[in-house]
Write a protein that binds this ligand. Structure first.
Ligand code: FAD
Length: 403
């Protein structure tokens, strides 16, 4: 892999990033701890009319394109593939700088398209596939979702039943996928399908890039308890694909999926960070100082928030030293999603009935969307139980769970 000729120091890089951001975006107004100012949304999933959500997605894409065209879209991507080839900590630093600016909010499909699918294609794709898709996904010209889970296969992903059967030069796909985040806004889906039922279940899988406008593909949005439809069911009925849509060798679908999932486990550990100053404002507003019970609950929550922040500093320090994060990397995602639940629980304690009854008061009922969204993140990208299993077996070296 080529190395960058003039790698700036992280501080120089941050200063350059800030300078570019200041030229194209306004600084983000800070409403930290201020009550009644700005939007009071702390939602984890969008709950918007389709037209409004479409507008938001388009604004997000326009921002990503501007960022990519200015050279900030492929910071830690290999030089041979058109990136800067900088260490991963630089891409993380750019995201941190970007958070101080008022740029379009982007839902989870942006992360899937930009951060999960391209590394998978980089590892498993042919040269033609890399050329066809990676720039388009890094620049969000086209979007791609993950067609992994099925009604009968989630934690046990190797149990997928969607079949891909060879028919001459083509493959014919039949089955159902579910919980597909961002399918409504995606042109493509990376699907794991069963191509051989005669071998061990992990060995009989193959991955395909599925054009979601192909005949036989039906995307049906699922309504969530928090409102909105961030994910969909995707039905594949006699979907015909040429062999050029197969990603990786036949039978390697399990390893292809693991490449995507390992990228997912290290992404998005800052979920819910925006809600922290809002929670502090809420706690003050609810007069926690006068209630030993609420004071204790708030300090306990704050301790967990700080522990997560400090752990993320350790992850950043490992990356800065050019090392793979160790145990701190494994617990980051779990701690982050646990904190979303802790945040929702504290909101419930502070607000009582105002969490469920909209009395029109700023900054109160809005927490119901956070509260109802948090359980989704206990499951997404591998449930908390599965993450604990991974930590137990791979980090703590405990005996493997019985199969
Ligand atoms: C917000 C959200 C977004 C998602 N986005 C996508 C997406 O874009 N694409 C996609 O393909 N999928 C997506 N999913 C699906 C997600 O990956 C699965 O829901 C998840 O892997 C769990 O699978 P399951 O729902 O089938 O539950 P199951 O696997 O049936 O698990 C049921 C319960 O049993 C527990 N359990 C299962 N096995 C074990 C075990 N070995 N040890 C201990 N406990 C166990 C689980 O923790 C869970 O509590 C999304 C899910 C959510 C909630």
């Amino acid at each position: 892999m080529l190395q960058p000729k003039n790698l700036p120091t992280l501080e120089e890089f941050r200063a350059d990033a800030r300078q570019w951001l200041a030229g194209v975006a306004s600084p983000r107004e800070s409403h930290d701890n201020a009550w009644g100012e700005g939007s009071d949304s702390v939602a984890l999933f969008d709950n918007l009319e389709h037209a409004v959500e479409t507008e938001l997605v388009e604004a997000g894409k326009a921002w990503e394109r501007a960022r990519f065209d200015a050279g900030w879209g492929a910071i830690s991507w290999p030089i041979e593939e058109g990136g800067l080839g900088y260490p991963a900590i630089y891409a993380r630093a750019f995201d941190e700088e970007e958070r101080h600016f008022d740029v379009p909010r982007r839902s989870e499909i942006f992360e899937v398209t930009r951060k999960l699918i391209p590394p998978t294609i980089l590892k498993w794709g042919t040269d033609a596939q890399k050329t066809r898709w990676n720039r388009a996904f890094l620049r969000t010209d086209e979007m791609c979702c993950q067609l992994f889970s099925e009604p009968g296969a989630g934690s046990d992903l190797a149990g997928v039943a969607t079949k891909a059967t060879r028919d001459g030069d083509e493959w014919v796909l039949n089955g159902q996928k579910v919980w597909t985040s961002g399918a409504r806004f995606s042109e493509w889906g990376l699907a794991v399908c069963r191509t051989d039922s005669t071998v061990a279940k992990h060995a009989g899988l193959t991955a395909f890039m599925v054009p979601l406008d192909a005949p036989g593909v039906t995307v049906r949005p699922i309504r969530q308890m928090s409102g909105g439809s961030s994910f969909s069911e995707v039905f594949l009925d006699d979907v015909r694909l040429g062999d050029e849509y197969r990603l990786g060798p036949e039978g390697s679908g399990w390893s292809v999926a693991l490449t995507t999932l390992s990228a997912e486990r290290i992404a998005s550990n800052d979920l819910g960070a925006d809600a922290v100053p809002r929670m502090l404002a809420l706690a003050k507003r609810m007069g926690v100082a006068n209630s030993p019970f609420l004071r204790h609950a708030t300090v306990s929550w704050w301790s967990h928030i700080r522990i997560h922040e400090l752990n993320e500093h350790r992850v950043a320090a490992s990356l800065e030293a050019g090392e793979e994060p160790g145990p701190e990397g494994s617990i980051g995602r779990l701690y982050c999603t646990q904190n979303l639940t802790r945040t929702g629980d504290l909101a419930a304690q502070l607000l009582g009935p105002r969490l469920v009854a909209d009395v029109g008061e700023w900054g109160t009922y809005a927490w119901s969307e956070q509260f109802l969204g948090a359980p989704g993140y206990r499951i997404a990208g591998g449930s908390q139980e599965i993450q604990r299993n991974i930590i137990a077996e791979r980090v703590l070296g405990l005996p493997k769970e019985p199969k």
